[in-house]
Ligand binder design. Structure first.
Ligand SMILES: *Cc1c(COP(=O)(O)O)cnc(C)c1O
Length: 396
């Protein structure tokens, strides 16, 4: 069956499933490290690639393969590969496609560990990095060098929801013989398909919305077969493969992804509007608000505005104290840096996710002391508002 022509809701439930001779209805979990051969000849043929067949789960596993095919179908890419975590996805892209002397242009507002991976580890092997403003296309253009091979962007950004024009970035990259990779964590394939806008590679941390219930670490890279083969080549030798058990969780996670994302978006929109009107709130960063600078672009290239928002509590130099007060006054919101979970989470970026960033960089990136990030979960929106109102009302 060609699932690529079906609606995404159908793909999410049906694409990629392979049934065994047992005729199981739901996707089977193949918890096995290795696979058997019929004979010495068959083993030799499987190892040489002459016969198709599973050899070892670091290379291929049927549950992981079902997940990969379903995700690729939902992203609209030729292929996908599952890996051990979101960070393993980014590492595998770089190790598979880059070499010493190559140059990456990346947006400044990428995930903290991605910055450490680029600055500390890729740099060690002679890969150069330049950071630019996510939303300023001139900045990207000026950073290009003859050895630029990769553009790396995360849109919408964490935590301010800045939105990059993916089609424009892809055009710029392709004009200079570089690939564009987009970290699609905030939107998931339910809300945005970067490949359809021209991105060459889409990286995912499946730990976030694709699981959606905070149970397992995983990641994936989606793209054309030829590029994914390079990534797979690295993975098979280096080993950050996706566990079959985790793949099974993500496979089932994809089935409810679009329904969950719809609920996350609806609640985040309501919460953003409510915060925007609250007298103790100075500013709300959510691309679903018409006042957000990325609103029109997000409306064009996304199917929803996402479930993560940030807001600044009033207070000037008492910003941090006030933000901590609001966080500490909550009763059930989870104080944790994770996001994309059924449980709402609340965090103070300046002293957690962005604590390693210098004060100057923080100021430039808008990570002010009064900033709070909320990943809006699936609880009743009125309860979420009430949990935040407790601390906010006391600041009026
Ligand atoms: C969490 C996260 C990652 C890393 O994913 P892990 O699965 O934790 O390795 C990468 N990018 C973004 C945007 C993230 O939020």
């Amino acid at each position: 069956m060609d699932w690529s022509k079906k609606g995404q809701a159908t793909q999410a439930v049906r694409a990629g499933q392979r049934r065994s001779a047992e005729r199981e209805h739901s996707e089977a979990l193949y918890m096995t490290a290795s696979f058997l051969f019929d004979s010495a000849e068959h083993a030799a043929d499987c190892f040489s690639g002459e016969a198709e067949g599973n050899v070892y789960s670091r290379y291929t596993n049927p549950t992981v393969a079902m997940f990969e095919e379903r995700l690729a179908t939902m992203e609209g890419t030729e292929a996908a590969v599952g890996v051990a975590s979101g960070m393993a996805a980014i590492l595998s892209v770089c190790m598979g496609l880059l070499q010493s002397g190559d140059h990456i242009v990346a947006s400044r507002s990428i995930f903290g560990s991605t910055t450490v991976l680029f600055n500390k580890y890729l740099a060690k092997f002679g890969v150069e990095i330049t950071y630019v403003s996510l939303t300023n296309l001139d900045d990207w253009a000026k950073a290009i060098r003859p050895n630029t091979r990769l553009f790396f962007a995360e849109t919408p950004s964490n935590p301010l929801n800045d939105v990059a024009d993916i089609a424009a970035l892809a055009e710029l990259a392709h004009g200079h013989d570089a690939w564009l990779a987009v970290d699609n964590c905030f939107c998931s394939p339910a809300l945005q398909n970067p490949a359809a806008l021209g991105a060459d590679l889409v990286v995912h941390t499946t730990t976030k919305y694709i699981d959606g219930q905070g149970r397992a670490l995983g990641g994936a890279v989606c793209g054309p077969r030829a590029l994914i083969d390079e990534v797979v080549g690295f993975l098979r030798s280096a080993g950050p493969s996706m566990s079959p058990f985790n793949a099974w969780i993500f496979l089932k996670g994809l089935e409810t992804l679009s329904l969950r994302m719809k609920a996350h978006c609806e609640s985040a929109q309501q919460l953003a509007e409510w915060l925007d009107a609250h007298p103790a709130v100075e500013r709300v960063h959510y691309c679903g608000l018409p006042s957000h600078p990325g609103h029109e672009l997000a409306k064009r290239q996304q199917r929803g505005f996402g479930g993560v928002l940030a807001f600044v509590v009033k207070g000037g130099d008492k910003g941090k104290e006030n933000a901590w007060h609001v966080i500490n006054a909550t009763e059930f919101l989870s104080i944790t840096a994770n996001l994309g979970d059924a449980k709402s989470t609340i965090t103070h970026p300046a002293t957690t996710t962005h604590a390693r960033v210098s004060d100057e960089e923080k100021a430039r990136a808008g990570i002010v002391p009064g900033l709070i990030r909320v990943s809006v979960g699936l609880e009743d929106i009125n309860d979420i508002k009430a949990d935040l109102a407790r601390g906010l009302d006391a600041l009026i």
